[in-house]
Each structure stands twice: as structure tokens, then as C-alpha cells.
Design a protein around this ligand. Structure first.
Ligand SMILES: Cc1cc2nc3c(=O)[nH]c(=O)nc-3n(C[C@H](O)[C@H](O)[C@H](O)COP(=O)(O)OP(=O)(O)OC[C@H]3O[C@@H](n4cnc5c(N)ncnc54)[C@H](O)[C@@H]3O)c2cc1C
Ligand code: FES
Length: 274
């Protein structure tokens, strides 16, 4: 596992060029970036980078592409403030700064030979997509792959083409839900936890990877616990205010834990011990 390596990439932003970009929804844009040195980012699924706009600031953003992608890497960014709004206006060919990859990502080792449950809420699909794609590239390492994705409404769906592929793939048990919609919607309506009764689980041999807003974690973990999925086999990615990304500034601290360095991906057993 690729816990952040001590190198200048952690402290000094390297220029990266926008090779491609596309609006995914009204609020989110997908970017394909390539580092100036053309080296591979060499990240683990679930790790994040610091994206800087020169003269404006920096934002922590998860890498959404799998490590197998060697020609650059992908990000998906929701435009919510100073840095992310300026990013929306940048064009193909423009440059940003990249530090990282930072932190501890999701480890797929514990899921080998077992069933995997992915639960993504809203923008949580962005880091989880890197893990999902990695698992599907190594499909024979796992038994069932169950994927729950919940979002606000059909127009907020991310990665619609890939969702259609997962939905059609007989090797993926894909379940989609939105909080609200109209009569034309053929999937579930309700929060993501309403998907749990649709599936028969083998809880002792299931490993769960969960990513979404904090409020979602609380309710999803209630379900995994109720089913009997062990806390050690339930993994979460925590989003906290971050600045340095390397355990120096304390912005991300939970008790004695630096979420940027020791996380952002933790087992639920670890989170309970914070
Ligand atoms: C590990 C990690 C991974 C992330 N991955 C992604 C991703 O893949 N895609 C994505 O769109 N966003 C991601 N975020 C959230 C993203 O970092 C914030 O939206 C961004 O920092 C806002 O910066 P800004 O300058 O545009 O907004 P600001 O002008 O700083 O603030 C705008 C709003 O965003 C809130 N905000 C600011 N910083 C953060 C922060 N670090 N976390 C949460 N809220 C914040 C502020 O309270 C304010 O309401 C991630 C955050 C973390 C910690
Ligand atoms: S973000 Fe600075 S210590 Fe974690």
C-alpha cells in the first residue's frame, strides 16, 4: 500500500496540464490531467492530491481514475468556492499545480476471495470509482461485486456511461437510487440505505467500502452493523478540512489522528477508536 512517500512531490506542486475536460452535471466537471514530467501519478485508489490554481489557492481532490491508467489521471470536481470555481473556467491546455498523492487509500486485499459491497453517496462515487474500476479489472479475485449508488436526482448522476455498463454487467449487482424524481425513473427512489433489503448478504464474508457525506456514513454503517459485517471489514473515506496533506498543520485532526496522513480511508473499527 502506497502511504504518502516523503518526496518533493508532497511539498512542491508540479505543473500538470489539462488534457481534456467535460461538464458532468451543472455542478461537477471531469478533468484528464498529465504531469509536466509525464511520470505516472502512482497513486492507490482512494488517495487524493492537492490541486492548486496559481495565485488563488489549493483544494484537496480525490483521484477518480484507477492506478492502471498510465497516461495521466482523472479528477471530478464540484465547483463550490474560490479554487474550484476558477477551475471550472480553465480550458484544455491550461495548467494547474499538483501535490501528492496523499494519505492512505482503500485496501482491496481484505476483500480477496470475498464479496465486495460498494456504497457511494453523491460525490462519494468520485474516490470510490478508482476502487471499483480496480476491483473490476481484477474481477476473478473477488466473489460477488455489489454496488449501491445513491444521489439526489437523475440530473446529478455522475459517470452515466459507466453506470449503464455496470447496470448491464452480469458480474456486477448494481443498484441505483435517487432521493427524488418523476415517473420516468426505472430505478429505486429513496436514500441509499433503502437498497439494503434488495440484496441477500453473506455478511461474515462481505467487505464494504463506503464513501459519501458524513450523514450518509452514520446510516449506512447502522445497516452494515445490523447485517453483521465486521467493523474490521467495513471501510470508510473521511472528508475533513485539509491544508498541508502531510500531517504538519493539524487542520484535519480527529483526536490524535491526522486524517490526511493516516486516512482518509479507515476501517470502521479504527474510526470507533478515534
Ligand atoms: C480528502 C478529500 C478529498 C476530496 N475530494 C474531492 C473530489 O474528488 N471532488 C470534489 O469536488 N471535492 C473534493 N473534496 C472537497 C474539496 O476539497 C472542497 O470542495 C474544496 O477544498 C473547496 O475549495 P474552494 O477553494 O473551491 O472553496 P472555498 O472557497 O474554500 O469554500 C467553499 C465551501 O466549501 C467548503 N470547504 C472548503 N474546504 C473544504 C474541504 N477541504 N472539505 C470540505 N468542504 C470544504 C467551505 O466550508 C465552503 O462552504 C475533497 C476533500 C477532501 C478533504
Ligand atoms: S491537512 Fe495538515 S495535518 Fe492534515
Amino acid at each position: 500500500m502506497n502511504v504518502a512517500k516523503e518526496s518533493s512531490a508532497l511539498y512542491v506542486p508540479e505543473p500538470a496540464q489539462i488534457i481534456d475536460k467535460e461538464a458532468m452535471t451543472e455542478e461537477e466537471t471531469w478533468y484528464h490531467l498529465r504531469l509536466e514530467s509525464e511520470r505516472s501519478l502512482d497513486h492507490d485508489p482512494g488517495q487524493f492530491v492537492g490541486v492548486s490554481v496559481f495565485g488563488v489557492g489549493e483544494a484537496p481532490i480525490s483521484v477518480t481514475s484507477p492506478p492502471s491508467m498510465k497516461d495521466g489521471f482523472e479528477l471530478c470536481i464540484r465547483h463550490v468556492g474560490n479554487v474550484t470555481d476558477i477551475l471550472r473556467g480553465l480550458d484544455i491546455g491550461d495548467w494547474v499545480g499538483i501535490r501528492g498523492p496523499f494519505g492512505r487509500g482503500f485496501d482491496l486485499e481484505p476483500a480477496k476471495g470475498k464479496d465486495i459491497l460498494f456504497v457511494a453517496g453523491g460525490l462519494g462515487l468520485v474516490p470510490l470509482r478508482s476502487v471499483i474500476k480496480t476491483a473490476l479489472e481484477n474481477r476473478s479475485d473477488f466473489r460477488r461485486v455489489i454496488l449501491f449508488y445513491g444521489t439526489r436526482s437523475p440530473d446529478t448522476l455522475l459517470y452515466e456511461d459507466e453506470i449503464a455498463q455496470w447496470d448491464a454487467d452480469p458480474d456486477v449487482e448494481f443498484h441505483l437510487t435517487v432521493d427524488m424524481t418523476d415517473d420516468t425513473w426505472k430505478h429505486n427512489v429513496g436514500v441509499v440505505t433503502t437498497l439494503f433489503p434488495r440484496v441477500d448478504f453473506d455478511p461474515k464474508d462481505t467487505v464494504a467500502y463506503i464513501c459519501g457525506p458524513d450523514i450518509m456514513f452514520r446510516f449506512v454503517v447502522q445497516q452494515t452493523t445490523r447485517l453483521g459485517i465486521p467493523d474490521e471489514n467495513t471501510f470508510l473515506s473521511l472528508e475533513r478540512r485539509m491544508k498541508c496533506g502531510v500531517g504538519k498543520c493539524g487542520h484535519c485532526q480527529e483526536g490524535s489522528v491526522y486524517v490526511c496522513r493516516e486516512g482518509p480511508c479507515f476501517s470502521y473499527a479504527e474510526v470507533k477508536a478515534f
